[in-house]
Write a protein that binds this ligand. Structure first.
Ligand code: ZN
Length: 78
């Protein structure tokens, strides 16, 4: 598998995933991914993507005010 954008090689890594969910900015740290060694684009497996959605869903329900939530993937996925 190679990078969709630059055809660079991918290697196992971890990254930060940031997404705005309503009024909450969710930052998920230590997300396992395949990262392009050339441009840094991160790719998630189906399993990880599914887990990210679960985490986002759970975080969305904890606050209705504009806030920033920092979540550690390894903790939530355990
Ligand atoms: Zn790339």
């Amino acid at each position: 598998m190679s990078c969709f954008y630059c055809k660079g090689a991918l290697e196992k890594s971890t990254t930060e995933y940031v997404e705005k969910q309503g009024s909450v900015i969710v930052i998920i740290e230590n997300v396992p991914c395949e990262k392009c060694t050339q441009c840094g684009e991160a790719y998630f497996s189906t399993e990880v993507a599914r887990k990210l959605n679960e985490i986002l869903d759970s975080v969305k329900s904890i606050s209705t005010r504009l806030t920033v939530a920092v979540v550690d993937y390894a903790e939530k996925a355990a």
